[in-house]
Ligand binder design. Structure first.
Ligand code: ADP
Length: 235
């Protein structure tokens, strides 16, 4: 195992976020959290508990107002805004509740676009997009427009787009929130399969059934994180 593999993907030390207000809102109280490589973590909490705030911090969309956040061992607090943007693009794959696909671009083009900013040559982009769509079970529909795909298929395209840059972390915000229960189960099965392949996954949800899928479970209440299960892989 290389040294890189031993560095946690996420390492929060005393990280908190208070919105300045007025009045100030301590949406995320200072917390420590380490997420090791290859672990599937779910973070569950009711509405208003601080989930989006935590997601925005983990996804480098918002800077915390306290503490230090190392992503893959890199101190994100001392990085410039440009560097944070490139860290986000290269190391974090986002999956959102509402898919966020471009409606007039095919599944393949949606996935390819994720690589444009990483300066992947055009031919490689095509090849890799096809491979990512195969990986999520959509190899036979790569030229379809999202409007001609079901909700579950759209989420598969979004997952392929998130995976194609080979991120360190797959960060999912209510990934099954817009899906019926059968389709949701299939998407959760796909996340399990990606986890078995070694992907580090964080799913943020208000749904306790989704949360139960995590190997490690963290709950959020009033901006306070509690480790509900800190079980590591049995192997
Ligand atoms: P959740 O995603 O779990 O619903 P949030 O992270 O959105 O929770 O919100 C946590 C708390 O922070 C809530 O009390 C919310 O009202 C407050 N909050 C969220 N965003 C802002 C903001 N931009 N300014 C001030 N308060 C905010």
């Amino acid at each position: 195992m290389s040294d890189d593999m031993l560095v946690p993907v996420i390492d929060l030390r005393g990280v908190g976020l208070t919105y300045p207000g007025p009045p100030p809102v301590a949406a995320l109280k200072p917390c420590d959290m380490r997420i090791e490589r290859g672990v599937y973590t779910t973070i569950v909490g009711p509405s208003g508990s601080g989930k989006s705030t935590l997601l925005n911090v983990l996804g480098l969309l918002d800077a915390p107002s306290a503490g230090t956040y190392h992503l893959d061992g890199i101190d994100t607090g001392s990085a410039s805004e440009t560097r944070r943007t490139s860290l986000r693009a290269a190391r974090i794959g986002f999956v959102f509740q509402s898919f966020h696909l471009l409606p007039h671009r095919s599944a393949r083009e949606n996935v390819e676009l994720a690589m444009v900013y990483q300066r992947v040559p055009r031919r490689d982009r095509r090849l890799r997009a096809g491979e990512a769509l195969e990986r999520v079970g959509l190899g036979h529909k790569i030229e379809r427009l999202p409007t001609r795909l079901s909700g579950g298929e759209r989420q598969r395209v979004a997952i392929a787009r998130a995976l194609v840059g080979e991120p360190s972390l797959l960060l999912c915000d209510e990934p099954t929130g817009n899906l019926d229960s059968r389709t949701a189960a299939a998407i959760l099965d796909l996340l399990d399969a990606l986890h078995r392949d070694g992907m580090t996954i964080v799913v943020i949800t208000h749904d306790s059934q989704v949360a139960a899928r995590g190997q490690r479970r963290i709950s959020v209440h009033d901006g306070v994180l509690t480790d509900v299960t800190s079980a590591l892989p049995a192997s």
